[in-house]
Design a protein around this ligand. Structure first.
Ligand code: ZN
Length: 257
């Protein structure tokens, strides 16, 4: 029997007070601060999204992924952590991730609107990490981050338990999307990347669709914002891309039995 539940504390005990510049809003923060107190203006549409040719996740296109890959392995479509920081997590402050059996999607709730440029994303990752470190955490709390241009960044290494949902971090892979989706709408490119990394993780770790959540489905919070929540509802519903990916998973075992 894994004792991760009992050990959940160290990295997650402080999660009730997520920094306004350090990640998504938690229940505690929501009690103390209105979500819409940030500065910035909505962007109803985005040049990246307009110019992007949608390429939906086609389940049959997904490569077969061994469940035996080491957790340190990341897929080729993910930008390595080394591209945005040379710092290592404070591993002594985090529990090990000994299993992955659920996935949670967040927004970072940070305004102004992310530009989607490579350098802006570098800065944002470091900003979020700095905010999380200031709370005594081991590292940035999420495992992957997605920018408006659809780039997928490696954040906290998968070998370490995340710090992104209070009382719900063991076994929970955390994905953050840059932006405040109470105010803005997610780009098509970011939505496709959410589907891509979530579908990948579902298949690699044999996570059922029912275990793909958003932050607000686990805790009292606005995260990931109403506009992203709506898209997560669509992609998981019948006919949605993640629902299709899940159906494809169950159709081709025995690797995933
Ligand atoms: Zn969140």
């Amino acid at each position: 029997m894994l004792d991760l539940v009992a050990k959940a504390g160290i990295a997650s005990v402080a999660l009730g007070a997520v920094a306004s510049l350090g990640g998504c809003n938690s229940a505690a923060q929501m009690r103390n601060k209105k979500l819409n107190g940030s500065i910035g203006s909505p962007i109803p549409s985005d040049p990246v999204a307009r110019s992007h040719t949608p390429s939906p996740i086609v389940p049959s296109r997904m490569p077969a992924i061994s469940t035996q890959l080491p957790l340190s392995s990341i897929p080729s479509f993910v930008i390595a952590r080394s591209k945005w920081t040379s710092a290592s997590p404070k591993r002594w402050l985090a529990d090990s991730m000994t299993r992955i059996d659920r996935i949670t999607v967040h927004h970072d709730a940070i305004m102004p609107v992310p530009s989607g440029s490579y350098t802006d994303s570098l800065r944002r990752l470091n900003l979020i990490r700095k905010g999380h470190l200031s709370r005594g955490w081991a590292d940035i709390g999420y495992h992957f981050a997605i920018d408006p241009n659809g780039r997928i960044w490696q954040a906290r290494p998968l070998e370490l338990q995340g710090a992104h949902v209070k009382y719900n971090n063991p076994g929970n892979l955390g994905i953050v999307v840059f932006g405040n989706y109470e105010k803005i709408r997610p780009t098509q490119a970011s939505l496709e990347s959410i589907n891509r990394i979530v579908a990948y993780a579902m298949e690699r770790f044999n996570v059922p669709l029912s275990a793909v959540k958003t932050h607000q489905e686990l805790r009292s919070t606005a995260c990931p914002g109403r506009n992203l929540q709506a898209q997560m509802n669509i992609t998981r519903a019948r006919g949605g891309q993640l629902a299709l990916a899940a159906a494809n998973m169950s159709n081709h075992s025995p690797d995933h039995s």
